[in-house]
Ligand binder design. Structure first.
Ligand SMILES: *[C@@H]1O[C@H](CO)[C@@H](O)[C@H](O)[C@H]1NC(C)=O
Ligand SMILES: *[C@@H]1O[C@H](CO)[C@@H](O)[C@H](O)[C@H]1NC(C)=O
Length: 348
């Protein structure tokens, strides 16, 4: 019985590749079959770098799931460039490095099953408000474009959507807005690193779990800057060359936050304990490579869940409990919690 089961699993796991008829010249087409008796198959088509004389749409086999059209100098994306049999079944599409300056409002509308879209390394400055409407997108890469403003509304849907991951890193963003007009946004991961934002954007209404603001010219983080992000688990604010101040209560409302990366903020010199108030779930704090060299000694009272703090180049501190004395009035043993660091002289 066990042997049969094992054999079955082996068959399920085996992947077969075979060639495809009617593959466009210059493209590579592959069918991957898997499952018992090859019951599932996926067609993968690679048409990278075909040269400037290529006319779109390129005919692709029926049932294509993955299509790579990167590095083809496509220019502005028109309504017809991604149409035809084969396109309607796409699950992932790579349009990176194509000098795309515009996406016409219906250019993607036939891609009813599209989950992964790569538009990185193009020249996009704006998107039509409805250009992703009706697509079951789960992952969208818009990094390395030239957006200056971005309205997250483009990702809102009326239907029950899957969680969405959006990469907007390496743009020229000075502002990001969320004006969802009662519709629901499912963005759980948002990467805004290496942009031009001078302050933390208002992201109220997004169910974010991951947020990256690295490498923005933010000078000060204001009280309540993240107030509405109660689901956020991971926040990275690292490598901010201009960051000098984090106001008290800045992280208030981040009740689910587990990891806070404040590393490589050289101009950040001091932190008051009240900066950390509200971070009830915080387990890891990274201050390595920042200007902060010592920690306020009553800081632990604000961080009930902290497990590790990294400070300086290679100073790591862990929370430990010292058994204290029996407390008569409370009728229990009091625990004294301390941070122990791997360098002598820093005990908080
Ligand atoms: C966010 O973008 C930066 C820069 O492109 C990258 O280094 C980082 O890995 C990204 N984060 C995630 C979670 O993809
Ligand atoms: C802290 O940040 C530095 C610099 O970004 C990184 O190299 C290091 O791995 C981080 N440490 C932890 C414990 O996450």
């Amino acid at each position: 019985m066990a042997l049969l089961l094992w054999l079955g699993l082996l068959l399920l796991a085996s992947v077969q590749s075979s060639a495809v008829k009617n593959c466009h010249p210059g493209c590579r087409c592959e069918v991957e079959s898997f499952g018992l008796f090859d019951s599932f198959s996926l067609t993968r088509v690679d048409c990278r770098g075909l040269g400037p004389s290529t006319t779109m749409p390129i005919p692709i086999p029926l049932d294509t799931a993955h299509l790579d059209l990167s590095s083809n100098s496509m220019g502005p994306l028109s309504d017809t460039m991604l149409s035809g049999p084969g396109y309607t079944t796409l699950v992932s599409l790579d349009l990176s490095s194509n000098h795309i300056t515009k996406v016409s409002p219906n250019a993607l509308s036939k891609l009813r099953y599209l989950e992964t879209l790569d538009l990185s390394h193009n020249n996009l400055e704006s998107l039509a408000p409805r250009c992703f409407s009706g697509l079951p997108l789960a992952e969208v890469d818009l990094s390395h474009n030239i957006f200056q403003e971005f309205d997250m509304d483009v990702f809102t849907t009326k239907v029950n959507g899957e969680p969405v991951t959006v990469d907007l890193s390496h743009n020229k963003l000075v502002s990001v807005t969320t004006t969802s007009h009662g519709r629901i946004s499912h963005i759980q991961s948002l990467n805004l690193s290496s942009n031009r934002m001078l302050s933390v954007p208002m992201l109220a209404g997004l169910p974010l779990r991951y947020l990256n603001l690295d490498g923005n010219p933010i000078t000060c983080i204001k009280e309540g800057a993240f107030a509405q992000l109660k689901d956020l688990v991971y926040l990275s604010i690292s490598g901010l060359d201009e960051l000098q101040e984090i106001e008290q209560q800045s992280f208030k409302g981040l009740q689910s936050l587990q990891v806070l990366d404040l590393s490589n903020n050289l101009k950040l010199k001091a932190l008051s304990p009240a900066v950390f108030s509200g971070l009830d779930s915080l387990q890891e704090l990274n201050l390595s490579g920042s200007g902060v060299v010592s920690l306020p000694n009553n800081m632990l009272t604000h961080l009930p869940s902290i497990k590790s703090i990294t400070l300086g180049e290679s100073i790591n501190c862990w929370r430990t409990q010292k058994q204290g004395q029996f407390h008569r009035q409370l009728g229990q043993v009091q625990h004294n919690e301390v941070l122990n660091c791997n360098v002598d002289g820093i005990v908080l």
